[in-house]
Design a protein around this ligand. Structure first.
Ligand SMILES: CC(C)(COP(=O)(O)OP(=O)(O)OC[C@H]1O[C@@H](n2cnc3c(N)ncnc32)[C@H](O)[C@@H]1OP(=O)(O)O)[C@@H](O)C(=O)NCCC(=O)NCCS
Length: 211
């Protein structure tokens, strides 16, 4: 049985906790033991039946076998992931039992796949990414490490999303488009042209708000 620590204890972390609890209930060999979070106000709280044990610095005092990082901000999640990886920590893929993931899709460690997500054939998902509730990752997508595909976003076939990009809630990316690294696609946007690295785009069709 893998004892699993959840890094972060905010709203997104509770979604991740719900996911791992449902994985356990569906027969996965994991047992969530609680959360670590640097916000001292959360210490001692119980969320979804799991305790907020203490700050990240207390990690070595908590018996565990693996981690999942449940921090929504992509840059913070990357920083924490890289630090913990350097310390020799191991990460699981947390995948909600209601998600549909093609058997040949490749999902790297640390990634969270939410309820009712679809990951279609040939897709490759990088490490420490978030595929949030109900998003659709069509065939042969390549999603970079630390990216976040927000709830209800739909990515057509052969889309490439760079490392650390955020595709906002309910956005649509037309097939074969590229969403650059560390860019942000606003909620509800329709991406019809390539999005440059670091750009912020929004609207239908999506246009740059700033770079
Ligand atoms: C696009 C986005 C990053 C812009 O954030 P911002 O730079 O703080 O922008 P502001 O809120 O200051 O708005 C700037 C302008 O863009 C407009 N705007 C903001 N977001 C927009 C969107 N998604 N689509 C269309 N227009 C948008 C605002 O109405 C405002 O217009 P105005 O200047 O005419 O008043 C943000 O609104 C967004 O959509 N983020 C995605 C959030 C998300 O999905 N997170 C995942 C949660 S799980």
């Amino acid at each position: 049985m893998k004892r699993l620590l959840i890094i972060g204890a905010g709203g997104h972390a509770q979604v991740v906790a719900d996911t791992v609890l449902r994985m356990r209930d569906a027969g996965a060999d994991i047992e969530p033991v609680g959360y670590l979070d640097d916000d001292p106000r959360l210490s001692g709280e119980i969320r979804l039946g799991l305790p907020v044990i203490g700050p990240l610095a207390s990690i070595n005092a908590v018996e565990h076998d693996a981690l999942v990082i449940a921090i929504g901000n992509n840059r913070t999640r990357r920083r924490v992931y890289e630090r913990l990886l350097d310390c020799g920590e191991r990460f699981v893929v947390a995948c909600h039992p209601s998600a549909i993931v093609a058997p040949d899709a490749i999902v790297a460690v640390g990634t969270v796949i939410g309820a009712r997500v679809v990951v279609n054939t040939g897709a490759i998902i990088g490490a420490n990414a978030i595929l949030n509730t109900g998003c659709i990752i069509e065939h042969h997508n390549r999603i970079g490490a630390h990216a976040h595909i927000a709830p209800g976003a739909v990515l057509g076939g052969d889309v490439i999303v760079g490392d650390g990009a955020l595709v906002g809630i309910g956005a649509t990316v037309l097939p074969q488009r590229t969403v650059g690294a560390w860019s942000i696609v606003g909620g509800g946007a329709l991406v019809a042209d390539a999005v440059a690295n670091g750009a912020v785009v929004a609207g239908v069709p999506a246009r740059p708000l700033r770079h």
